[in-house]
Design a protein around this ligand. Structure first.
Ligand SMILES: [Fe+2]
Length: 354
């Protein structure tokens, strides 16, 4: 177990993770396969149980333990698709039983997410206004977590926000790289510009992963990837899984570009509030540039938000009009997931007493 300590804080990394002691066994079975470095990857001999029972408990009955387990399993299976090349689990990338479980879980999950989303197509030339209107009308817009960080949160509470954002922030390069694959030619420059920013426009010390590690160093947080992921309840894992699912599934391309539009639009204002909160709480005052991860997303994402709509979304609506409602669905799925995540995280932050 790792802990925070750099600004006089002490948050046990596992202290806010909910532990499910009565978990059904599917997660354990999946992990046993992934840990089996001697298997040939075919998966035929593992006798893995179906994911349908867990999918029903999680996404129809909304049982919290099942939601947690289902999203933990999905997270492992999505990460498997981007496993480090030296990792033994890469052998299992196309394990047919693991693929079947993933499809069973994600089919039920995405169906349940879409059940509350009304179809809404976008007229060419009106993507900016349509997406901005949907964004501003959604309860995730101007979420109180950012006002809390600007005006009231302690250094320890803001540090918890940094820690819980690890999963997506450290994966964003891959997520943008996946958006590059098979995208229409007209959108390629804009997507590639995002990727170029992720790698610091060629400057190693300015890659977004490096800048984010600087933030974690500043708050004295260390740990491996699994430590950080263990901090997240299902709400956080679901946000991560949503982008991973949309990025990895070809059929979800239009929903994916809609979901990314929301990320680009919402970052600048929220991160500006976060930075003012850091100034108020005295985080990073003695280390110039240490919060550049967030500073950069305030300035750069403001440009990317407009560029994404003009050069990625608008051409997609023009060239694939029958898919325009999927773009809006992706935007709404992303907003719904961030709302649950921020509600969960704000609660966790407020539960910290110094
Ligand atoms: Fe980034």
């Amino acid at each position: 177990m790792e802990s925070l300590g750099g600004v006089g804080m002490s948050i046990a990394l596992a202290s806010v993770a909910s532990v499910n002691h009565n978990a059904p066994s599917l997660k354990g079975q999946v992990e046993r396969i992934l840990d089996d470095a001697t298997a040939d990857g075919s998966g035929e001999s593992h006798g893995l149980q179906s994911g349908n029972a867990l999918a029903r408990q999680a996404f129809l009955e909304r049982q919290p333990n099942a939601l947690e387990e289902a999203h933990q399993v999905l997270r492992r299976l999505y990460d498997l698709q981007l496993a480090p090349v030296h990792a033994p689990e890469a052998e299992h990338q196309y394990n047919t039983q693991l693929m079947a479980v993933r499809v069973e879980l994600e089919r039920a999950w995405i169906q349940s997410e879409l059940a509350s989303v009304s179809p809404q197509s976008i007229v060419p030339g009106e993507a900016a206004s349509a997406i901005r209107s949907a964004w501003k009308a959604h309860p995730s817009f101007d979420h109180p977590i950012f006002d809390f960080m600007e005006f009231g949160a302690s250094r320890e509470q803001i540090a918890l926000y940094f820690i819980c954002d690890y999963a997506l922030n450290m994966r964003f390069y891959d997520l943008i790289a996946l958006a590059c694959l098979g995208v229409d030619e007209e959108a390629r420059c804009e997507v590639a510009a995002n990727l170029w920013d992720e790698v610091g426009r060629g400057e190693r010390s300015r890659t977004h992963v490096t800048l984010y590690r600087n933030v974690l160093d500043q708050i004295g947080s260390s740990g491996d990837r699994e430590d950080y992921l263990a901090m997240l309840g299902w709400e956080g894992l679901a946000g991560y899984n949503l982008l991973m699912h949309l990025a990895l599934a070809r059929r979800q391309h239009f929903r994916y570009i809609g979901a990314l539009a929301i990320t680009e639009l919402s970052d600048p204002n929220q991160y500006a509030k976060l930075l003012r909160g850091c100034t108020r709480a005295g985080i990073g005052m003695d280390a110039p540039g240490v919060l550049d991860y967030y500073q950069e997303h305030v300035t750069v994402d403001a440009l990317h938000g407009e560029g994404w709509i003009e050069h990625v979304i608008e051409p997609a609506i023009r060239d694939h009009p029958t898919h325009s409602s999927e773009i809006m669905e992706g935007a709404i799925l992303r907003m719904n997931s961030t709302l649950r995540y921020w509600d969960w995280l704000l609660n966790k932050m407020k539960s910290i007493t110094s």
